[in-house]
Design a protein around this ligand. Structure first.
Ligand SMILES: CC(=O)SCCNC(=O)CCNC(=O)[C@H](O)C(C)(C)COP(=O)(O)OP(=O)(O)OC[C@H]1O[C@@H](n2cnc3c(N)ncnc32)[C@H](O)[C@@H]1OP(=O)(O)O
Ligand SMILES: CCCC(=O)O
Length: 447
């Protein structure tokens, strides 16, 4: 049978395809902006015929119809590997559950059978003449859950950029059970985040750590964006990219001539990533662009792969850091905010890199619900707070007041280094707490 004939034989309506889902099944959605609202909508239509269907997603950027139509969760149970703003809102109402992971391990959870998948609901580009569909902006763990799924249902969407690999960036028509032609809805775009003065102050300190030929990873949020735009305006040369998430600021840095990848030790001249989320500027940049290579996350985030490039500079954000040097980047007490994601992978991997640096960046304070100023450097993490980066692994912590390099430092040295980058308003209080915790010596001092 020709590929086109095979395509046609598998082409059905969304309602027809979704009949494959049975009560008790686990259904895995496409990841990030590759989650299919079209297939989600069709699954939601079947609410009254189904019970106990477990849905798994990765940072789905919208509130799924399956959750909206079933607020009592009698039919669908919604789980996310990493919260988006939408998942966070649902979790606050008890409608979404987090599945802990260290991102580079995620494909192995499927491969080892820890997450048996019945049905995969994915979104793809149209088929090419070799019978392949491209996974678009999310490679990540998608090939792994498609491999393990008993049934693969794909929405074909003409708005998806063709993201070149790497590997596993495409799936063949022979691996798909049902094909649905969707409404070609454009990919969701992330809003531009306002950059504050503090973000810029932190970014300036980060710039001091970057040098020509550095291989960068930027996390999510306004602060990494501020760093991206400073890099674009700098005279840094031959930066490389080996990252997890690709965002708009990489386009700015590339177009400004800062990124060439010429000094990378592996994947020379390629911007390596596992998923992308941003605006149409980014999606257009990615389309058939051989400068970029999308890989599964067990490659991009494997600390031993990360460490093969020299001067890896990993720049991520945290919610709070305690005086032991533990960073919490995913919750505020018991309120779940995002996830471990790849932060730990990159902190760990950056240390494996010759002259690498793992930078955890945060503003020294945040504003509470009643407008009060709260220190983000804390004696201990807020009760219920999750340790994203353990103190044994954490490397640099940076606020607008300076940098604390933690490697090799004793508890009293860490306390001193961290209190020195806390907001001055909180330093005396932090010293008192450090004294109670027996991690402050008489010789400790503030600079
Ligand atoms: C996708 C990538 O990041 S790739 C890099 C590797 N992965 C990671 O680093 C994962 C862990 N890190 C993260 O998830 C993010 O970097 C974060 C959450 C630490 C910061 O991200 P940002 O987008 O800058 O956070 P933002 O300021 O928008 O806040 C997100 C939410 O956390 C809440 N929040 C942020 N800081 C605090 C705080 N100190 N106390 C209480 N809540 C807080 C905000 O109120 C917001 O909640 P809302 O949407 O309900 O209002
Ligand atoms: C799924 C992981 C996304 C992140 O690292 O933030």
């Amino acid at each position: 049978m020709s590929y086109l004939a095979e395509y046609k034989s598998k082409l059905v309506s969304a309602n027809e395809a979704l009949k494959a889902v049975k009560s008790g099944d686990t259904v895995n959605y496409g990841e990030f902006v590759m989650a299919s609202h079209f297939l989600d909508w069709a699954l939601a239509q079947r609410k009254d015929e189904l019970n106990d269907v477990k849905i798994i997603t990765t940072t789905c950027p919208f509130i799924p119809k399956t959750v909206e139509v079933d607020p009592e969760q009698e039919h669908f149970i919604y789980n996310d590997w990493h919260f988006s703003g939408a998942s966070r809102k649902l979790h606050d109402k008890g409608l979404c559950f987090y599945i802990p992971l260290t991102y580079h391990e995620a494909p192995s959870f499927y491969e080892r059978g820890y997450v048996p998948v019945d049905v995969a609901l994915i979104k793809l580009t149209p088929m090419d003449k070799q019978g392949f569909f491209n996974h678009g902006t999310s490679n990540s763990m998608t090939p792994a859950f498609c491999d393990s799924a008993k049934i693969v249902i794909a929405e074909v969407n003409e708005s998806i950029p063709k993201c070149l690999g790497g590997n596993r960036e495409s799936i063949h028509v022979s691996e798909i059970d049902y094909i649905v032609e969707g409404d070609n809805k454009p990919l969701i775009q992330l809003p531009d985040l306002p950059i504050t003065d503090v973000d810029n102050q932190v970014a300036e300190l980060v710039m001091e750590e970057l040098e020509d030929g550095a291989c960068i990873q930027l996390g999510i949020g306004a602060m990494p964006n501020a760093i991206g735009s400073m890099i674009a305006k700098s005279d840094l040369k031959d930066l490389g990219v080996h990252t997890e998430m690709l965002v708009d600021s990489y386009v700015d840095m590339y177009e400004a001539g800062r990124i060439t990848g010429r000094r990378k030790q592996i994947d020379k001249c390629k911007m390596v990533y596992t998923f992308a989320m941003g605006s149409n500027k980014l999606y257009e940049f990615l389309d058939e662009n051989p400068v970029c290579a999308i890989f599964p996350v067990n490659y991009t985030n494997n600390p031993f792969v990360i460490g093969q490039n020299d001067k890896v500079t990993a720049i991520n954000n945290a919610i709070e850091v305690d005086l032991y040097g533990q960073a919490c980047s995913e919750s505020s007490g018991v309120r779940h905010i995002s996830g471990t994601g790849g932060q730990l992978d990159f902190i760990f991997g950056s240390y494996k890199s010759q002259a690498g640096k793992g930078l955890v960046c945060l503003s020294s304070t945040t504003t509470g619900k009643n407008g009060e100023t709260i220190s983000r450097i804390k004696p201990t993490l807020t009760p219920g707070g999750i340790v994203t980066d353990p103190r044994s692994i954490n490397f640099y912590v940076i606020t607008e007041y300076g940098k604390a390099m933690l490697k090799g430092k004793s508890t009293w040295q860490r306390a001193e280094a961290l209190i020195n980058i806390a907001h001055p308003q909180f330093r005396d209080e932090l010293i008192k707490e450090a004294q109670k915790m027996k991690i402050w010596r008489k010789s400790n001092k503030l600079v």
